[in-house]
Each structure stands twice: as structure tokens, then as C-alpha cells.
Design a protein around this ligand. Structure first.
Ligand code: PLP
Length: 398
């Protein structure tokens, strides 16, 4: 997955353009910038590649999720349904806007369980936020139907699945808004960066204003621009955008490598009866950023994970024991360990977490191993790795 592995001359050239003009900011300074608009160019490239009307770059993926919620009008007192398996950024972004994260189970897609979503809807529910974890997507048709029926927003977190598709549409373009991260370990990296895409003109205008203190960006003098509503600063710098521009132009090269490496490993593991691959919803195509599979039970997954490490198989994760990606270890959320007073709505809203049962999620995450697919592996390395992985699994599972 990490685009940084193939960092090279193309990235250096774009960064040099920015350093050459010295304009490190994405807005203004038209005369000085020698025609370089890296953030704008990257937004154009994203719109074109994903066939979407609007793209807004921001400082990181967490900010992308926050502003997606903000421009859709999600705030204090609202509930947002999110999965138990994601990155902490999901609830951080929701709580940033004063809304309450309602964490629900996942299923064998490793994304939102449809029945769990239905059961979690209350009069306060404002949005459903599927997180397309580890390169594959939630059942977006089922979620869209629920959103239509209950008049809810669908906000896709596609941070880990850029380039994946659902029924021919790019992930991130199915919902009302879609979010990407371009942090250092994502398929396309800006170093730090994020993006929001949408086909809704109103949301697009709000994204543009809100992410830059409410500036309406009319005219050429920032000092006299209007501020139609409150905003915040989630701007990306031109330096980061420059790196991302070079990386994004290579997205097809990166995706092809992910698919090639993924396929080699999958083929090697396919004959093993102890391995069950993660379910991809019908009509979906993964981004191949990870290869995910289930083993018999928690202890087997722990043992295989250990065997992988002993045999030099890195970047394979057993998320059940991970502090950042799974509800089990989010004590700071469950115990509301905030540095500042949380609003009463969030405090009350989170109280359900103290005793909510996530045994269905445990059943999947406990047995799951998620292997990151690197771009920099040689074909020989991937083949050797695949063989070693199969041997490790056979050794543990017999
Ligand atoms: C990386 C990631 C984010 C946050 O992105 P940052 O750019 O690191 O803030 C959000 N959601 C998911 C699923 C991620 O993997």
C-alpha cells in the first residue's frame, strides 16, 4: 500500500516547482507562483480519475472526515453510525463536530454489518459512515437503501481503499460524500493530506469555504473576502499537495502492483482448507491494498500471526490485539478520557459503550489476519513470501 515506497524523481520535480517559486500556500500569491497550483491540479486529477464533480484537498484524512460531516450539517446531538473495526480517526472526527459515534458490529466483509446498522438507528441518527477497511468495501447498495428509507446521509471513509470500485463506481463516489487520506502509509501519499469528494454542488462550496476559515474565495484579495459562515483551518500546504500530485498520477501503476502482489499470495493460500478469504460484496472490486483472511479461531490466528513474525513475514496484522483499529482496546473512548470537557450530548451518547456486546465483531476480528500489500516487493520476494506464509499456516493448522 504505501506510495512512499516508490518515491522518486516525479515527486522531487513537483516539490522543486513549489520551492522554486517559494509559494508554499495553495491560495493567492498569483504573481509569485510561476503558474504552479499543486493543490488545484491534484483536485482536478482526482475529479477526472474518479469521475466526480468536486474534490477538496485538506490537511489529513481525519480532517477530511470531520469536514465531510460538518458540511453535511452533522453536529451536536446527532448520532453517526460507524463500524467497530476502523481507525480511531472515525470517532475522533465525529466527536470533533460534537456528534456521537454509535459503534456497531462488522461482519465477514470486515465492514458494517447491515443488520447491526438497522438496529442502531434512532431518531437522532443523522449519518451512516461505512469504512472501507483494508482495501475492500461495505455493502453500499444495502446501506444506500437504509439511508433512503430513513433519510440519512451516507459518508464513505475510503481512506484504506482508494482505487477500489463498487458496481463500476469509484469508492467514495457512491455516498453523499467520500473521504480519502493521503498520509504517509496510504496507497497515494502527500506525506500528510486528505481529500473529500462529492457530486453535490452545495457541499462542494461549503467544503471550499469551511476548510479555509470560511473564506468565500471570491476576488483576489484575501483580506476583503467574505465569511458567509464559520469555518476552520484544514488547509493542505502546496508542498504536500505537490508530492501527492506526482503520486496520484501514478495511481494506476500502484494499483496494478497491489493487484499483482495480492494475486500471487492469494493463489498460494487458496488451496489451504484452513484459510477463508474475506467476503467482498457483490459488484465490488478491491483496491488490493491488503489481503485479508480468516482462520478457525482466535488462538489459531494468534499462533499464525506469531509464526509469521518468527519467519520474517512482516506487515501482517492481527487487529484483535491492536490498540488503534478495533473497539476492544479503545479504553480512552469507553472511559471518555478527554483533556477538555466533552459536551453533555457526547457524554450521555457514549455511555452505551460501557456494556455493549461486540462478540459478533470479535468473532471476525479475532480470526482475521490482514496482510499489507507492499509496492516495492520484487516478484521473487512476493513468491517467496507467499510460500513461507503457506508453510506457516500449514505448520499451525496441520
Ligand atoms: C488513515 C485513515 C484515516 C485518517 O487519515 P489521516 O490522514 O492519518 O488523518 C481515517 N480513516 C481510516 C480508515 C484510515 O485508514
Amino acid at each position: 500500500m504505501p506510495g512512499f515506497e516508490l518515491f522518486g524523481d516525479a515527486e522531487r520535480k513537483e516539490v522543486h516547482d513549489v520551492l522554486d517559486s517559494g509559494v508554499l500556500m495553495r491560495y493567492g500569491f498569483d504573481g509569485l507562483r510561476k503558474g504552479h497550483w499543486k493543490a488545484k491540479d491534484l483536485e482536478l486529477a482526482i475529479k477526472k480519475r474518479f469521475t466526480v464533480q468536486h474534490a477538496q484537498l485538506v490537511s489529513n484524512g481525519t480532517a477530511a472526515v470531520s469536514i465531510a460531516l460538518a458540511v453535511a450539517g452533522v453536529g451536536t446531538g446527532d448520532e453517526v453510525i460507524m463500524p467497530s473495526f476502523t481507525f480511531v480517526a472515525s470517532f475522533e472526527a465525529i466527536m470533533m463536530m460534537g456528534a456521537t459515534p454509535v459503534v456497531v458490529d462488522i461482519d465477514d466483509t470486515l465492514t458494517l454489518d447491515i443488520e447491526a446498522v438497522k438496529a442502531a438507528i434512532t431518531p437522532k441518527t443523522k449519518a451512516i459512515m461505512p469504512v472501507h477497511m483494508c482495501g475492500s468495501m461495505a455493502n453500499l447498495d444495502a446501506l444506500s437503501a437504509i439511508c433512503n428509507e430513513h433519510n440519512l446521509l451516507l459518508i464513505e471513509d475510503a481512506c484504506q481503499a482508494i482505487g477500489g470500485t463498487y458496481k463500476g463506481k469509484a469508492l467514495g463516489t457512491v455516498g453523499d460524500l467520500g473521504c480519502f487520506s493521503f498520509d504517509f502509509v496510504k496507497t497515494v501519499t502527500c506525506g500528510e493530506g486528505g481529500g473529500v469528494i462529492t457530486n453535490n454542488d452545495d457541499y462542494a462550496q461549503r467544503l471550499d469555504h469551511f476548510s479555509d476559515h470560511g473564506h468565500d474565495h471570491i476576488g483576489s484579495d484575501r483580506g476583503v473576502e467574505e465569511h458567509p459562515y464559520l469555518g476552520y483551518n484544514f488547509r493542505i500546504s502546496e508542498l504536500n499537495a505537490a508530492v501527492g500530485l506526482a503520486q496520484f498520477r501514478r495511481i494506476d501503476e500502484f494499483l496494478a502492483l497491489q493487484k499483482k502482489h495480492y494475486s500471487i499470495i492469494r493463489q498460494e493460500l487458496e488451496p489451504l482448507s484452513s484459510v477463508i478469504f474475506r467476503t467482498v460484496p457483490e459488484g465490488g472490486e478491491e483496491s488490493y491494498a491488503f489481503l485479508n483472511f480468516f482462520l478457525d479461531d482466535l488462538e489459531t490466528a494468534r499462533a499464525v500471526s506469531k509464526e509469521f513474525k518468527t519467519n520474517g513475514i512482516d506487515v501482517c496484522f492481527h487487529y484483535y490485539d491492536n490498540n488503534w483499529h478495533y473497539i476492544r482496546k479503545w479504553e480512552h473512548l469507553k472511559e471518555q478520557k478527554s483533556l477538555y470537557p466533552l459536551c453533555q450530548e457526547i457524554k450521555n451518547g457514549l455511555s452505551y459503550l460501557k456494556d455493549k456486546d461486540f462478540s459478533k465483531s470479535d468473532h471476525y476480528i479475532g480470526r482475521n489476519i490482514s496482510c499489507l500489500i507492499k509496492l516495492s516487493w520484487s516478484e521473487e520476494e512476493v513468491r517467496n513470501r507467499a510460500k513461507t506464509m503457506a508453510e506457516c499456516i500449514k505448520k499451525v493448522c496441520g
